[in-house]
Design a protein around this ligand. Structure first.
Ligand SMILES: [Zn+2]
Length: 73
């Protein structure tokens, strides 16, 4: 199933499912890095795929990246 995300839908999703805020104002596709503001005040960049599917919804300080390789990307 292919859900078509728009920047507005993503912003709503971010507001509803995380403590972070979406700073980016345009969405060009799943490979684009979006700019978020973490609840701690740090800004961080992440693709929406990682934010959504990999549950990476905070900055690297609050939620350090997992060391696992391979599947991740
Ligand atoms: Zn943080």
């Amino acid at each position: 199933m292919n859900k078509r995300w728009t920047i507005d839908k993503i912003r709503t999703f971010v507001n509803n499912n995380s403590e972070s805020t979406l700073l980016s104002t345009e969405y060009h596709g799943f490979s684009q890095k979006l700019l978020f503001k973490c609840a701690c005040g740090n800004n961080f960049e992440k693709t929406f795929t990682k934010f959504n599917k990999s549950n990476q919804r905070k900055c690297d300080t609050c939620q350090p990246p997992k060391a696992s390789r391979g599947q991740e990307q």
